[in-house]
Design a protein around this ligand. Structure first.
Ligand code: ZN
Length: 197
């Protein structure tokens, strides 16, 4: 593995992730940084004391003084080893961030975009199961609603509820719609509307 000392470029890149993970405080004493005081300046501490091991799991933010003190402090060394183990055991931090970005993208779906997705999935679902050449086939209403809701949620990371899906089905089953909701043996079903003649 190619290794090199932490550059200011690398520090700038990793700093937001470290703050996100641990907060913008010293890992060892939990106090904030004060750049104007030498001892309380922010440094990047290598948990395992290997200055070439720049994996983000091996780094914490620490005061200049706490970082120095750690060299000869057994208790701090043990705390550092524990923290490294904990970091390595958790999901790689960059993956958590990526996941969050993906979630933000679906959170940012407007109501209109969400409705378009619901309408498209509802249309496809009904038309595939109830082809227009066949007036006798039917599908259960509740399972249809749940299945479409499931497909919408798969597509939008959990956005889109049953109420909106139900509305989409109702619209397609209105008195001039292609489909209709009927009752069969006490259970609601959906089938293609029978045309006169
Ligand atoms: Zn400190």
């Amino acid at each position: 593995m190619f290794q090199r000392r932490l550059t200011s470029n690398m520090k700038a890149k990793m700093y937001p992730e470290l703050v996100e993970r641990d907060g913008d405080v010293c890992f060892y004493c939990a106090m904030p940084f004060m750049p104007e005081i030498e001892a309380m300046k922010r440094t990047f501490d290598h948990l395992n004391n290997d200055w070439d091991d720049n994996r983000i799991e091996n780094l914490v933010l620490a005061h200049f003084e706490c970082n120095n003190k750690k060299r000869n402090d057994l208790e701090m060394q043990m705390i550092a080893v524990d923290k490294l183990k904990k970091n390595l055991a958790s999901v790689p931090y960059s993956e958590t961030l990526r996941e969050r970005e993906n979630n933000q993208a679906t959170d940012e779906l407007t109501e209109g975009e969400l409705n378009r997705i619901i309408n498209k999935i509802t249309d496809t679902y009904l038309k595939e199961r109830l082809p227009d050449s066949d007036n006798d086939t039917f599908i259960p209403f509740t399972d249809t609603m749940n299945s479409i809701t499931y497909l919408v949620q798969q597509d939008t990371k959990g956005r889109g509820g049953q109420v909106a899906v139900r509305r989409a089905i109702d619209v397609r089953c209105c008195s001039i719609g292609e489909f209709q909701i009927l009752r069969e043996d006490g259970k609601r079903i959906i089938r293609r509307r029978k045309t006169n003649g």
